[in-house]
Design a protein. Structure first.
Ligand SMILES: O=C(CO)[C@H](O)[C@H](O)COP(=O)(O)O
Length: 221
C-alpha cells in the first residue's frame, strides 16, 4: 500500500467537518478520534457524527476509539460507516472477538497501544488485526510533543510482523510533523496520523504531500 497519511480532525473546526475533510482531499484516510472522558480525560464525538461524516467525506474514515468498553461499541462504528476501527488493548476485554466482529462487518480491525504498553503480549494474536496503532503521545489531546521513547516499539512491531509473515500496517499517532515523521518511517511505520501539523498548516493538502514525501524517501520495508 505504501505510505498513507491520515489527518486527525481533532484539530479541525468541528462546526465545519465536511469542509475540513475537503481541505485534505489528497489524504488517504480521515482519522476520527472518539474520546469518552473515561478512557482519556477528553470528550469529542460519537456514533451520530461519524455516521454523518462518513456520508459527507470523500476519504474513508479511520476511527480511533479512545473509550472504555470498546467490545460493546466498536461494531457500531462499522455500521456507522467507518472503514477502519481501532480499539485500545488497555480497554478491551475480548480483543480477538471484537476484532473478528469488526472484520465480519466489513471493516479493517486495529489494535492501539499507549506509549507504556508493549507489543510483545499481543504477538500470538497479530493475525487477528489489519493494523497496529502505536501511540507516540499519551492519548487524549492533540498538539502534544512526540515521545521518542516509542520509536523502538515501532521497530519491534515491524520485526514481529515480518517474523510471522503477516501483512499488517503500522500506524503512528501523536506529534507527527516534518520533524518527526522520518524516524517513524525508518523504524517501519507506514500510516501516519497528523492533526496539528496538517490542520494548522497554511495549506493542509500541501502539508499532507510534504509528510508523504518525507516518509516515502526513508522507507525501506
Ligand atoms: O489520538 C490523538 C490524541 O489522543 C490524536 O490523533 C493525535 O494526538 C493527533 O494530534 P497531533 O498530530 O496534533 O499530535
Amino acid at each position: 500500500m505504501g505510505i498513507q497519511i491520515a489527518p486527525s480532525i481533532l484539530t479541525a473546526d468541528f462546526a465545519r467537518l465536511a469542509d475540513e475533510a475537503a481541505a485534505v482531499s489528497n489524504a488517504d484516510w480521515l482519522h476520527v478520534d472518539v474520546m469518552d472522558n473515561h478512557f482519556v480525560p477528553n470528550l469529542t464525538l460519537g456514533l451520530p457524527i461519524v455516521e454523518s461524516l462518513a456520508k459527507a467525506a470523500a476519504q474513508p474514515l479511520d476511527c480511533h476509539l479512545m473509550i472504555e468498553d470498546p467490545d460493546r461499541w466498536a461494531p457500531g462504528y462499522v455500521e456507522a460507516g467507518a472503514s477502519s476501527v481501532t480499539f485500545h488493548a488497555e480497554a478491551c476485554r475480548a480483543p480477538i472477538r471484537t476484532a473478528r466482529e469488526i472484520r465480519a462487518k466489513g471493516a479493517r480491525a486495529a489494535l492501539a497501544l499507549k506509549p507504556a504498553t508493549p507489543i510483545e503480549p499481543y504477538e500470538d494474536i497479530l493475525a487477528e488485526f489489519d493494523m497496529i496503532l502505536i501511540m507516540t503521545v499519551e492519548p487524549g489531546f492533540g498538539g502534544q510533543k512526540f515521545l521518542d521513547v516509542c520509536v523502538p516499539k515501532i521497530r519491534r512491531t515491524r520485526d514481529l510482523i515480518a517474523k510471522h509473515g503477516l501483512d499488517l500496517w503500522i500506524e503512528i499517532d501523536g506529534g507527527i510533523s516534518t520533524e518527526t515523521i522520518e524516524r517513524c518511517a525508518e523504524a517501519g511505520a507506514d500510516v501516519f496520523v497528523a492533526g496539528s501539523a496538517v490542520y494548522n498548516a497554511d495549506d493542509p493538502n500541501t502539508m499532507v504531500e510534504k509528510l508523504r514525501t518525507l516518509a516515502a524517501d526513508v522507507t525501506t520495508h
